[in-house]
Design a protein around this ligand. Structure first.
Ligand SMILES: [Zn+2]
Length: 91
């Protein structure tokens, strides 16, 4: 008796053709700063924002939301990030 079980099934398995990488997913590692411009505390992954095309971080979402909603009225924060951005280009 010959049982010729061939378990090789060639299924396409094209389940993952839509690898959506939303640009809104910011990564802590991409942030140009490591400390909150306001408190000096370490930034956290849940409090990232985009400033001038760069990922910037804050110590908490309150800082982040306040900055994101009032960028024009937060020159101190902007200067902090501007400085960090200018340092980025020195490598
Ligand atoms: Zn903060």
């Amino acid at each position: 008796m010959q049982t010729d079980f061939s378990l090789e099934r060639s299924e396409p398995d094209d389940q993952h053709d839509s690898e959506a990488n939303p640009p809104s997913s910011l990564a802590l590692a991409d942030a140009i700063n490591t400390r909150c411009p306001r408190s000096g505390k370490p930034i956290v992954a849940s409090s990232l924002a985009i400033y001038r095309g760069y990922t910037v971080g804050f110590c908490n979402q309150h800082c982040r939301d306040d900055f994101a909603a009032n960028i024009e009225q937060r020159p101190n924060d902007r200067k902090f990030f501007d400085d960090a951005i200018s340092k980025q280009g020195r490598d």
